[in-house]
Design a protein around this ligand. Structure first.
Ligand SMILES: [Zn+2]
Length: 152
């Protein structure tokens, strides 16, 4: 697992490589992103960053996110609600379950699903390059809930 400081350093390196000056505001956005574990959207990142720097604008956040995405530092998810959400790209592969009532994003990974996907692709004469799996779900009442291993 990569720590926050390390991740900020990686983000900084990637922005510098893209020829960008490291400003105080960009650094703040990077830090908030590096600390986030909940797939925030740009507005969510802005709200968190704004607490530390009220001169920050939403468009600076959008620009920085775009740059980081183009550098492969963060991954953008376009879930069904149409809002782009972000997470750092240096994690192990995982899929997402989206709670349709609360919008909460739950991460999971399943070796069975991975294997099944590879098998299906192979049967069709393909090998998987990447995939995205999104489950849109509603929470069960407590009694009917199964134990699922979350890997966050
Ligand atoms: Zn995720």
């Amino acid at each position: 697992m990569i720590g926050t400081e390390q991740r900020v350093a990686i983000f900084e390196g990637q922005l510098k490589q893209a020829g960008l000056r490291m400003t105080q505001q960009r650094r703040l956005i990077l830090r908030i992103l590096a600390e986030a574990h909940d797939h925030p959207d740009a507005k969510g990142i802005f709200t968190r960053a704004f607490e530390h720097d009220p001169t920050l604008s939403l468009s600076t956040v959008y620009r920085t996110m775009k740059l980081l995405e183009s550098q492969g530092a963060i991954e953008r998810h376009a879930f069904e609600d149409g809002v782009s959400r972000y997470e750092h790209a240096d994690q192990q592969h995982h899929d997402h379950l989206i709670d349709v009532e609360t919008g909460q994003v739950v991460e999971f990974s399943s070796p069975e699903i991975e294997a099944l996907q590879a098998k299906i692709a192979a049967e069709l004469g393909y090998e998987i390059v990447r995939h995205r799996l999104e489950l849109y779900a509603r929470k069960l009442p407590k009694a009917g809930r199964k134990r699922v291993k979350k890997d966050v």
